[in-house]
Design a protein around this ligand. Structure first.
Ligand SMILES: Cc1cc2nc3c(=O)[nH]c(=O)nc-3n(C[C@H](O)[C@H](O)[C@H](O)COP(=O)(O)O)c2cc1C
Length: 193
């Protein structure tokens, strides 16, 4: 069984909704299981994130999909606290050759969400992970997938806290693509790690 983990931070639940759609897409691939984990603010004490249960579940996954709302042009402070808490794992390159992908949402059409995706990509690369983006051009006719046109990850937009169905369709597609890639690379990862 190929295991996909989605880890996200969300305040008003739009990022959570995208994360659930990513997990749903991953589960649609036969032989894949998906778990969804939240970064919780009360796991952060004096700026430092700590949750050994979450970190051990991520260690077991073949692929990790990262999600954060775009706050002031980058990931939320809570997501960054979680990211900083993975530095022990980074030292051992414990996530090396796992598949990675990312998603974000903002209330503006061009609210610097791309920077959030690029941060997530750099974070994954620091861990030696293999980044998967989207292989669908902007406004693909099928259900307007990838309506905002980013290909390095899923960028979503909601001005009112309600998710756009096209963004959910794209999130499911991203989950499916991550699962298929993780399945294909599982043997390679075992050889490399
Ligand atoms: C502190 C703060 C900063 C924000 N910064 C941005 C931003 O830089 N760009 C943007 O498009 N939206 C920005 N937003 C809007 C959120 O990204 C948007 O409401 C998002 O859907 C929230 O995600 P959540 O529902 O998962 O909490 C900001 C919201 C807050 C509260």
């Amino acid at each position: 069984m190929t295991q996909i983990a989605v880890i996200y931070h969300s305040v008003t639940d739009t990022t959570r909704g995208l994360g659930e759609a990513v997990a749903e897409g991953a589960r649609s691939v036969q032989g894949t299981s998906a778990i969804i984990l939240a970064v919780k603010g009360n796991d952060i004490l004096e700026g430092r994130y700590s949750n050994s249960h979450v970190l051990s579940q991520l260690e077991q996954a073949d692929a990790i999909v990262f999600g954060s709302p775009t706050f002031m042009g980058t990931v939320s402070a809570q997501f960054k606290a979680f990211a900083d808490a993975t530095s022990e794992c980074w030292e051992k390159q414990g996530w090396a050759n796992k598949i990675a992908a990312g998603f974000t949402i903002g209330s503006n059409f061009s609210g610097d969400q791309l920077h959030t995706i690029q941060y997530l990509q750099v974070f994954a690369n620091q861990h030696g992970m293999l980044w998967v983006g989207l292989d669908i051009p902007c406004n693909s006719v099928e259900e307007r997938r990838n309506r905002l046109g980013a290909q390095s990850g899923l960028i979503a937009h909601s001005p009112d806290g309600v998710l756009n169905e096209a963004d959910c369709v794209t999130a499911r597609y991203l989950g499916q693509r991550v699962a298929l890639t993780a399945q294909a690379f599982k043997g390679v990862r075992q050889k490399l790690s």
